[in-house]
Design a protein around this ligand. Structure first.
Ligand code: NCD
Ligand code: ZN
Length: 346
């Protein structure tokens, strides 16, 4: 019997939604994670400190008795965002980052940014006060192939932005390509990247070969196998540039299994078992702690959690519910397609 004990992990990119969906999915994250960076792409989005406070209260109210969880709030950057509001939000201690969605890039991103020059005063303020910018790193130009959108974003948006504002602290969210891995590696200490659980497990064949699998569809979309391998190498390298952001993104089955299906994989339930499996496959169990528990807090300038989590490898495979029964409808839990033997101990 093999066990591994880590400081309690954090999730540096999480969608909790609101209302009845929030109630259903929050325990799935709070069971294993101490903190999470909470994405602000609600309808309407979380744009002011007041919105973030109210959402924080709704999250805490939805947390079941006896569970501990610390939601780290973010603001959704719009072309109307006031730099002074962002400064107040950071000073309050409640808001830990601002999220950049290129308008139209993904779920609920229509209030996002079309013209980066319009938000430069906000970004300058963030650079001055050290507040990180979390970027959804895909261009939205219809002429750019969806599998190239991350690499093109790095060349045409991210790199020029970082050259013009070198002090700005940036997190490349959910990188999916070897270009993303390479860019994050060279960025110095103002740059980091999150990697999801599912992008370490699936490539684009899992979505498209042998029938379309809507539950593997997310944005950025999974790429070719060589990119998955680059992500695995980065995540298991022990480098502080890469850390876990699950991007667990619940949608009800009716909207996933649809003629125009929503993007998002729901991995909150089984991420820690899956990650441990991946790190063991890569011969890097000793690097899991850096990826899941240490490098994220280091970038966000927060302490590592004092409590711990233990996983145990057992002969019998883990089981988890196929679906989480939320009031708006069932949400399918990510299925890795292979047995996993690392059980999280209660
Ligand atoms: C996310 C969602 O559903 O909110 N979907 C996804 O595929 N990852 C949005 C996002 O992070 O792009
Ligand atoms: Zn996301």
């Amino acid at each position: 019997m093999k066990t591994i004990t880590l400081p309690r992990p954090d999730d540096w990119h999480l969608h909790l939604r609101d209302g009845a969906m929030l109630e259903a999915v929050l325990p799935e994250s709070a069971r294993h994670f101490a903190r999470a960076i909470i994405m602000p792409n609600l309808v309407p989005p979380v744009v002011t400190l007041g919105d973030a406070r109210a959402y924080h209260q709704r999250i805490m109210a939805a947390l079941p008795e006896g569970m501990a969880f610390d939601p780290l709030m973010t603001l959704y950057l719009t072309e109307g965002t006031d730099p002074a509001e962002v400064e107040r939000a950071a000073a309050s201690g409640l808001v830990k980052a601002v999220k950049l969605y290129p308008a139209g890039a993904t779920t609920n991103s229509l209030s996002g940014v079309r013209d980066l020059s319009k938000v430069m005063p906000v970004l300058e303020t963030m650079a001055r006060i050290g507040l990180p910018l979390c970027t959804h790193g895909e261009v939205t130009d219809a002429h750019v192939d969806i599998f190239d959108r991350e690499a093109v974003f790095i060349d045409t948006v991210l790199d020029p932005l970082r050259r013009s504002l070198p002090e700005l602290r940036v997190v490349m969210e959910h990188i999916t390509t070897e270009e993303g891995v390479a860019y994050a590696a060279e960025g110095g200490d103002t740059l980091a990247a999150t990697i999801t659980t599912h992008h370490l497990i699936i490539n684009r064949n899992h979505i498209l070969a042998g029938g379309i699998k809507p539950h593997y569809y997310c944005l950025p979309v999974a790429k070719r196998e060589k990119h998955r391998l680059a992500l695995r190498k980065a995540a298991t390298s022990g480098s502080s540039r890469y850390f876990l952001g699950t991007d667990s993104a619940p949608h009800v089955d009716a909207l996933k299994e649809h003629a125009c299906g929503c993007a998002g994989c729901f991995t909150a339930t089984n991420t820690m078992s899956l990650l441990t499996h991946v790190f063991e496959e890569e011969g890097a169990l000793d690097k899991l702690e850096a990826f899941a528990s240490r490098s994220g807090p280091a970038f966000y300038r927060l302490p590592v959690n004092e409590s711990t989590i233990t996983l145990e490898k057992r002969a019998e495979a883990c089981t988890w519910p196929e679906k989480i029964e939320a009031a708006p409808g069932p949400v399918t839990v990510f299925n890795p397609g292979f047995p996993v033997h690392w059980h999280v101990l209660p």
